[in-house]
Design a protein around this ligand. Structure first.
Ligand code: ZN
Length: 136
């Protein structure tokens, strides 16, 4: 996809959300860009990065939730496209929770918009100050 080009796709029910976004990116040869996703999930696992311990803690969301907002990006990590996605999810009473989308986040229905970035893809490298893989 040329820089700026947008693709809109429905993601498959029952698929892992991050894997489904990555599949769209790979199919379109998209190495870097922006991701937006809305929809609903059967369940989710959210990550919270503990800055002192420098590790992710996971939050299991064992209920059906709406994706109020899904925002993320795609860049290169270990020579492969990598999806970084954050979610705000609402429960049945409208109360929201959010975090970093982790494996185990299962789609009920989801609509994704991927926009290809221009220029060279940013590459993620391990950053010892944060313990995270950040753009170098
Ligand atoms: Zn994150």
């Amino acid at each position: 996809m040329a820089g700026g080009t947008v693709t809109l796709e429905r993601l498959p029910k029952g698929a892992d959300l991050v894997e489904a976004v990555l599949e769209v990116a790979l199919r379109h040869n998209l190495t870097h860009g922006a991701v937006k996703v809305i929809g609903a999930l059967q369940c989710a696992v959210l990550g919270y990065y503990n800055q002192k311990a420098m590790k992710y803690e996971s939050i299991d969301v064992v209920e059906e939730v709406e994706i109020v907002s899904g925002l993320g990006n795609i860049s290169i990590k270990d020579d492969q496209p990598f999806v970084h996605l954050h979610l705000v999810l609402s429960k049945q009473d409208g109360v929201c929770l959010g975090g970093h989308a982790m494996p185990g986040t299962v789609i009920f229905a989801a609509e994704a918009m991927l926009q290809a970035g221009a220029g060279d893809a940013p590459h993620r490298k391990f950053d010892p100050d944060t313990g995270l893989y950040l753009w170098s």
